[in-house]
Design a protein around this ligand. Structure first.
Ligand code: PMP
Length: 463
């Protein structure tokens, strides 16, 4: 048991939290019945809660703490920057040193001619920027009607009105209106939607939906296609190998912008600096956030190619956020990138840890309730099923079983999320082989306990 820092008893904290703090993506009234777990500190891959439990964080927070928790260098970078220049904006022909340095570094790291950064405070804001920038770009080129953005069902691009509209989460669309002129095609989820097709044929079919949509909507109406290289919050949907090459062909053939949402995939998550490199594409714009600062300070942005930056820069782009290029966030991000690079964290994750994690993670398919395990670099998912051969869903609402297993993971001090009936991981890139062994052992135990519960409730049968 570790020492607990001085604070109110957990029950009191929980009661205050339930009374005054509105949680994202939560049923608020639930907190009065069952309080939130209070996280008090963290180091490396571990979190501690207010009861002193040590938890293995296999989600790196919300897919963001790539560098691991507790790096003093980042805290010191923030402290130094706050003393030197805590805030200044980048509107009205002003700039500052941290934003210049970070932009130069990102231009170096980003592939091809992605040399220009427009900053935001988060991934959602950056995707709102992308909607406006893509439309402004075509308007600048004399084609204001070229304003439809094609995205994918079950994609996650954020929670602001624009980003939510880009995303393909039906539960979010159902709660309030969406912005106009966003069109969704199907996702490359072979496990759930592939039917009798081979994964490769299915990948081609799903990619060609983009071409069909462009032809139906009209090439002169479509501004851009946006996608996560590997779909994250949709359940870590790793597409068949045929998928991205076909999408690339289509994007190259038609005159539309390709926007890669790298908010999760960026900064080492897929084994390279960017997911675009992993799937072999050269986007016009990349959305970044999360791993950019390893979550230590809020920052997001759009990395933009030469041509788009030049066209957009030809007139005043009436868009910008107070905290865009915040000096403290930029200083923290720079230090984070320095450490990721100089300590070889991205390379080591790709060459040593990702292969080890893949082998162990794929071993979970030997569990009777696990149908497939998919993993790219340091993001992976398993599909839960009562019948592996037919890839059947459970005789329960989607997500019922996933939630049960997630609860068991929580009880076993492992943070693993569920999306529907897929369980997902995205650990800090600094996770060790010993941590991987512990992750798998706790996951296996949670699956066992979850399965016992599923069986006891009569749900272990195909829908
Ligand atoms: N894009 C993707 C791919 C994401 O996964 C997320 C967050 N999970 C976002 C955008 C939104 O980022 P934020 O929560 O920082 O607004």
């Amino acid at each position: 048991m570790v020492e607990i820092s001085n604070h109110m008893p957990t029950a009191e904290l929980q009661a205050l939290d339930a009374a005054h703090h509105m949680h994202p993506f939560s049923t608020q009234s639930g907190f009065t019945k069952k309080g939130a777990r209070v996280i008090t500190r963290a180091k490396g891959t571990r979190l501690w809660d207010s009861e002193g439990a040590e938890i293995l964080d296999a989600m790196a927070g919300l897919w963001c703490v790539n560098i691991g928790y507790g790096r003093d260098e980042l805290a010191e970078a923030a402290y130094r920057q706050m003393k030197e220049l805590p805030y200044y904006n980048t509107f009205f022909q002003t700039t500052h040193v941290p934003v210049i340095a970070l932009s130069q570094r990102l231009a170096e790291l980003a592939p091809g001619d992605l040399n220009h950064v427009f900053y935001a405070g988060s991934g959602s804001e950056a995707n709102d920027t992308n909607i406006r920038m893509a439309r402004f770009y075509w308007a600048q080129k004399g084609k204001p009607e070229k304003n439809i953005i094609i995205s994918r069902k079950n994609a996650y691009h954020g929670s602001t009105l624009g980003a939510m509209s880009l995303g393909g989460m039906s539960g979010m669309h159902a709660q309030g209106g969406v912005v106009q002129n966003v069109h969704h095609i199907d996702q490359p989820n072979w496990w759930s939607e592939g039917g009798d097709m081979s994964p490769e044929d299915f990948g081609i079919e799903r990619a060609q939906q983009l071409e069909k949509a462009i032809l139906e909507l009209g090439e002169d109406r479509v501004a851009a296609f946006i996608a996560e290289p590997i779909q994250g919050a949709g359940g870590v949907i790793v597409p068949p190998d045929s998928y991205w090459p076909e999408l690339k062909r289509i994007c190259d053939q038609y005159d539309i912008l390709l926007i890669a949402d790298e908010v999760i995939c960026g900064f080492g998550r897929t084994g390279n600096w960017f997911g675009s490199e992993t799937v072999g594409i050269q986007p016009h714009i990349m959305t970044i956030a999360k791993g950019l600062s390893s979550g230590y300070a809020p920052i997001g942005g759009s990395i933009v190619c030469d041509e788009v930056a030049e066209v957009v820069g030809g007139d005043e782009f009436n868009h910008g956020y107070t905290y865009a290029g915040h000096p403290v966030s930029c200083a923290v991000a720079l230090e984070n990138l320095r450490i990721l690079d100089e300590e070889g964290i991205v390379t080591r994750a790709r060459e040593e840890i990702a292969p080890y994690l893949k082998e162990k993670f794929e071993g979970l398919t030997e569990h009777p309730m696990v149908g497939e395990a998919k993993i790219v670099g340091m993001m992976g998912s398993i599909a839960l099923t009562p019948h592996k051969e037919s890839r059947a869903a459970f005789a329960a609402d989607a997500g019922t079983v996933g939630y049960m297993v997630r609860e068991r993971c929580f009880a076993n001090n492992l943070i693993m999320r569920h999306v529907g009936d897929r369980m997902i991981i995205s650990p800090p890139l600094v996770i060790t082989k010993e941590d991987v062994d512990l992750l798998i052992a706790r996951a296996w135990q949670s699956l066992d306990e979850g399965m016992a519960q599923v069986k006891a409730e009569g749900l272990f049968k195909p829908a």
